[in-house]
Design a protein around this ligand. Structure first.
Ligand code: X2X
Length: 336
């Protein structure tokens, strides 16, 4: 082989290597991220923010593609955690409510009236209880990275103002998640019915159900008042945190650098979304009232009557959630 031919060979080899490297970076790793709500809502915006930050900082090596509206689980949001655990979904920004059928500890946040305000939520998620909840998720094959927030869930209905437990008597209320919600609303003499978000909107429109509960952002963006939900009770009966998480084998297949990047960007996106959701609450409430919704804010006495009426939920659910976990959460709330 002449020197020139040898050189051509080497050059071709090099070019091949360069081409291969190019092809590899062109096929940058893409992870699917499931959400229940789209980026019309803070929840979907949290996932988009995460994706944007990852894109900016990974120089194209890692991409998050967000699939909203529970589409990766055919609309059944209570299957999202299982789908992520099995690897059908790489990652998700999901609600504790929707994952609680598979992770009983997540029912902590659904215990009625456990968390009265935002400081209480932060004390729990940011403390020992939050760590135990993350450990519980991790022990089930999913790596939790950061907290976000869907918000305090408020009650709406089409029948009339609700300011005491008796007002819920016989009202058909759409709920989702674990059977804990059946117990809470049954304790209030309502008639709870389990349904996905996809099915909830037509059910509200046709009057198949009388009421539902969701944060103000969801009520506002989805225009729940326009499907006849004219009465809204602000009762802060539970807060619905969001969790950014990744399937465990996907996580283990990532370089340490990419793991750090995913965790830091999730924390940043989560903090950004929590602040935004909270800041927007008062203007959302004003907008809802302007559209003619009757808003009821409970007095301390009225609030206490709801607390008393739902004590049976604690008797049944605290053992399932874990006495120690609930105790740590209570301590965090008291010392906030
Ligand atoms: O279905 C709901 O109510 C929603 C959108 O808030 C959740 O996914 C928990």
């Amino acid at each position: 082989m002449t020197l020139t031919r040898k050189m051509t060979h080497v050059t071709a080899g090099l070019a091949g290597a360069v081409f291969l490297a190019g092809a590899l970076s062109a096929q940058a790793r893409e992870l699917s991220v499931s959400t229940v709500l789209s980026d019309a809502f803070p929840w979907g915006q949290a996932a988009e923010k995460w994706a944007d930050l990852v894109e900016e900082r990974s120089e194209g090596e890692l991409t998050l593609r967000v699939y909203p509206n529970s589409q990766l689980v055919s609309g059944d949001q209570t299957r999202e955690f299982s789908a992520m655990r099995s690897g059908l979904i790489d990652a998700a920004v999901g609600s504790t409510i929707n994952w609680s059928p598979q992770v009983p500890e997540l029912n902590l946040f659904s215990l009625p009236f456990l968390l009265p305000d935002e400081a209480a939520v932060d004390a729990v998620t940011g403390g020992a209880a939050g760590e135990q909840v993350f450990a519980a998720i991790e022990s089930r094959g999913v790596v939790p990275l950061a907290w976000g927030e869907n918000g305090f869930r408020q009650l709406s209905n089409s029948r009339g103002p609700v300011d005491e437990p008796g007002d819920l008597d016989g009202l058909k209320i759409r709920v989702v998640g674990s059977p804990l919600f059946q117990d809470t609303f049954s304790a209030l003499d309502a008639d709870p019915t389990q349904m996905s978000w996809t099915d909830a909107q037509p059910a509200l429109t046709t009057g198949a159900v009388d009421g539902q509960e969701n944060p103000l952002s969801v009520f506002d963006v989805a225009r729940i008042d326009q499907v006849g939900q004219e009465y809204l009770t602000l009762w802060n009966y539970m807060n619905d945190p969001l969790i950014f998480a990744v399937n465990q084998s996907v996580w283990q297949s990532l370089s340490e650098e990419h793991q750090t990047l995913l965790r830091e960007t999730a924390e940043e996106a989560g903090a950004w979304e929590i602040a935004m959701t909270r800041e927007e609450e008062s203007e959302r409430l004003a907008a809802i009232q302007e559209r003619g919704v009757t808003v009821t804010k409970l007095t301390d006495d009225q609030y206490q009557r709801f607390v008393d009426a739902t004590q049976s939920v604690y008797e049944k659910w605290v053992p399932r959630i874990g006495e120690g976990l609930v105790e740590d959460a209570r301590e965090a709330v008291e010392s906030r």
